[in-house]
Write a protein that binds this ligand. Structure first.
Ligand SMILES: [Zn+2]
Length: 184
């Protein structure tokens, strides 16, 4: 191989690496706890805010995410971040959502439409907050569990051993963990 060919091969490799490293797609699995009989306190979502290029069904949860961040002293303006979001039938069983990040495009969240329609308000919030955790807070997965085997984070992958325990009674501590800068 001539020196010229070698350098173009190196260039190609570098370019390939750049493309792959600047694109991240996260497939998230969600299993709703069938035994959770607690009545969601947040069944009716009032939205006062709109989000450009985001499916309207996601607006209440986007607004809640900003509100929950603000309650913890973190200022997040999702419109300013130009985050986009939609609902579509994602391939794969129990794949609840994806966060797609590319250096040339705004971060994009996709939530599985059939699953979204099946989920309670609380678990819709769960999957959307999880994806916003990736796309907005740049958080990776955290699979830690407590002594009862419950996941300690909304950022669990759904593929680990811990069990989701997102209920009205545990919601606040999960959201505290989500926005805790020490977890970023
Ligand atoms: Zn994830």
């Amino acid at each position: 191989m001539s020196r010229l060919q070698l350098s173009s091969a190196a260039m190609l490799l570098l370019l390939t690496l750049t493309i792959f490293s600047s694109c991240r797609r996260d497939n998230d699995v969600i299993m709703e706890d069938e035994n959770d009989t607690t009545t969601p306190t947040t069944t009716t979502s009032t939205t006062t805010k709109s989000f450009a290029n985001v499916d309207q069904a996601l607006w209440p949860y986007f607004q809640r995410f900003e509100e929950q961040a603000a309650q913890r002293g973190i200022s997040i303006n999702l419109n300013q971040l130009e985050l986009t979001g939609d609902l579509e039938d994602l391939p794969g069983e129990n794949v609840g959502g994806q966060c797609t990040w590319h250096s040339n495009n705004p971060n994009h969240i996709t939530i599985d439409l059939p699953l979204f329609n099946d989920l309670s308000d609380l678990y819709r919030e769960f999957i959307i907050f999880h994806e916003l955790g990736h796309c907005v807070l740049n958080r990776d997965h955290r699979e830690d569990s407590d002594q009862q085997g419950n996941c300690v984070s909304l950022m669990r992958s759904g593929l680990g051993a811990c069990h989701d325990n997102y209920r009205n009674t545990t919601r606040t501590s999960y959201i505290d963990e989500l926005f805790d800068p020490n977890d970023f």
